[in-house]
Design a protein around this ligand. Structure first.
Ligand SMILES: Nc1ncnc2c1ncn2[C@@H]1O[C@H](COP(=O)(O)OP(=O)(O)OP(=O)(O)O)[C@@H](O)[C@H]1O
Length: 209
């Protein structure tokens, strides 16, 4: 589904990765590993179309991403470092806003999604009154609503407690079993028993995998 060829990126004259090539297939979960500052977020931002700071080629369903950008963005769910939640809105309003932006979000499932992330009872509370972990949970609730085939998730488990992490890991596995693909970074050791492939930027920058 997603193919990366000979990707090169540098920051402040420091090469983060070069000649980085890999494929993310349907039904696969790929974890990008690497030490702090190795370029994981940079890579995910490039693949999400948020950064053009790269050389190399990115293909979506066999087509250069630049030529199918609209379709690619529609089929992509990106979860970044920031919770991406509007503080003045409630959890329910935030999810309705997301659903209005994406045709691949199931607005009818919002209350169930809030239940799944443990936020029933908080649906009407402005997000500025919620904790950091609860705000991350509002954003993570999008995973329960999304029918986007490609999930790119940057540190999705930050500030999430153990039970929450286990539930999200199950969700990633279900997504892969339905034929979806997941590309994620996490410093947390994944407990997923399934199709997880790892790419270590420390070891593999400059090579093909
Ligand atoms: N806004 C920025 N301006 C300039 N350089 C930056 C910026 N953000 C990151 N960098 C540089 O790019 C490099 C890669 O950063 P990146 O955030 O991709 O690393 P990471 O592997 O995700 O790190 P972490 O595990 O700490 O989240 C870092 O060494 C940093 O010096």
């Amino acid at each position: 589904m997603l193919e990366v060829q000979k990707l090169f990126s540098e920051r402040d004259d420091r090469v983060l990765f070069s000649q980085l090539s890999f494929t993310l297939n349907a039904g696969e979960i790929v974890q990008i590993e690497g030490q702090n500052g190795s370029g994981k977020t940079t890579l995910l931002r490039i693949l999400s179309g948020l950064s053009r700071n790269y050389e190399g080629a990115i293909y979506w369903r066999g087509e250069p991403v630049a030529e199918v950008r609209e379709q690619y963005c529609r089929e992509l769910l990106y979860f970044g470092h920031q919770a991406g939640v509007k503080a003045v809105l409630t959890p329910e309003e935030n999810l309705r806003w997301y659903a209005a932006l994406s045709p691949l979000m199931d607005a009818a499932g919002i209350m169930e999604a809030l239940q799944q992330v443990g936020l029933r009872g908080f649906e009407d509370v402005p997000c500025h009154s919620l904790s950091a972990g609860q705000n991350r949970r509002v954003s993570l609730a999008r995973l329960y609503l999304s029918r986007a085939p490609l999930w790119i998730l940057d540190e999705p488990f930050t500030a999430i407690d153990k039970r929450g992490v286990a539930a999200k890991e199950r969700l990633l596995l279900e997504h892969a079993r339905r034929g979806g693909s997941v590309l994620l970074t996490t410093h947390h050791e994944l407990g997923i028993q399934g199709p997880v492939r790892k790419i270590n930027l420390d070891q593999l920058a400059g090579t093909s995998v």
